[in-house]
Design a protein. Structure first.
Length: 346
């Protein structure tokens, strides 16, 4: 990859339309100042005092934010929020980026998934305390599944790429339920040339006919060991992964396995290749790094990149976002070009 080739790919992003399907969370950071703690008159416990707050789209919203920062011209959010304050803040954050929200359905029966992150203000910076999670614990209603599936089917012919983020661990309580996942797999089977990438924390092995991406632990269930590592500096040995199981898929799509600082492993049929990582000086914050990789891969493939090129763009994006501390970062095209130049000079 040369800077000229990278700039050529990035220049095509503005003309792309990408649909992001999945669990849109609100990331709510509450900055606490311990010097202002007060005893509660009712309980005698310390009442922590909030001195600053930051709210931003998280989970699938992080993928959208990264695609937006990369310059993708048309972005569609497909998911579910509650009719609550967190949903309002999430929608405000997405609307500020110009994201289309007609596929983000509101339900009075659902919570807006939220990660509340208390941050202690300390002399050396902020320190995250125990997180508070708001998630749905009951099955997603069939009526919402129907609306999600219908919207995806209607939009699939007019988008250039699709990113699927299955964030919720409890089965069938998030956006990517069994029925929704089956619909995504059918769309991938019926449109084999469409860029559709799925990332799932718990059930990546259940996706078929789509590109799959995850870290080495998430991907173990969709790969089988091979006898010896290839000439990839041991990257495939580190991952513990070999070729993917076809599961009857005659035209298996590529698999991207993220390896942290070691980059990623690309498994494309019988072909396994290591895409080098980009070394960055510490300190780093890896929250959201995988989502920036997803955004880079999907946008690049939709723009005509090879899987190897797309993997490198994903790595470059992550190398920028991990240096943004205390926030879920994004990377701009100019930052990616600069990161590539630095990588080539190293």
């Amino acid at each position: 990859m040369t800077p000229h080739r990278l700039e050529s790919l990035l220049s095509r992003f503005a003309g792309l339309s990408v649909m992001v399907v999945g669990d849109f969370f609100l990331d709510k950071y509450l900055v606490l100042d311990p010097a202002l703690d007060e005893p509660s008159l009712e309980t005698g416990l310390a009442a922590r005092q909030v001195v600053a707050r930051r709210c931003m789209p998280g989970a699938a919203g992080t993928v959208v934010a990264n695609l937006h920062a990369l310059g993708v011209g048309d972005l569609l959010a497909v998911g579910v929020t509650g009719d609550d304050g967190e949903g309002y803040e999430l929608r405000q954050g997405l609307a500020a980026m110009g994201i289309r929200l007609d596929g983000l359905f509101e339900s009075t029966d659902r919570f807006t998934p939220t990660y509340i992150k208390p941050m202690n203000r300390e002399p050396g910076g902020e320190k995250e305390l125990s997180r508070i999670d708001i998630q749905n614990r009951t099955p997603t209603p069939r009526s919402l599944e129907d609306r999600l599936i219908e919207f995806m089917e209607d939009m699939m012919p007019v988008v250039d790429g699709v990113a699927v983020l299955d964030q919720v661990g409890r089965r069938n309580t998030g956006v990517v339920t069994d029925r929704v996942r089956d619909a995504i797999c059918r769309l991938g089977r019926d449109q084999p040339d469409k860029v559709i990438l799925a990332d799932s924390r718990e059930r990546i092995g259940n996706f078929r006919h789509v590109i799959r991406k995850g870290n080495r632990d998430e991907m173990r269930g969709v790969a089988e060991e091979t006898a010896q590592p290839g000439e990839m500096g041991g990257a495939d040995k580190k991952s513990g992964l070999g070729k993917t199981r076809g599961a009857g898929d005659e035209a298996a799509r590529p698999v991207f396995v993220t390896l942290g600082a070691d980059g990623l492993l690309l498994i494309d049929g019988e072909d396994r290749r290591h895409v080098p990582g980009v070394r960055v000086p510490g300190p780093v914050d890896t929250v959201g790094a995988g989502d920036s990789v997803t955004a880079g891969i999907v946008a690049s493939l939709a723009a005509g990149a090879t899987p190897m090129e797309a993997g490198l763009v994903g790595n470059l994006a992550a190398s920028v976002t991990v240096r943004q501390l205390g926030v879920t970062g994004t990377a701009s095209p100019a930052q990616l070009v600069e990161a590539l130049k630095t990588m080539m000079e190293a």
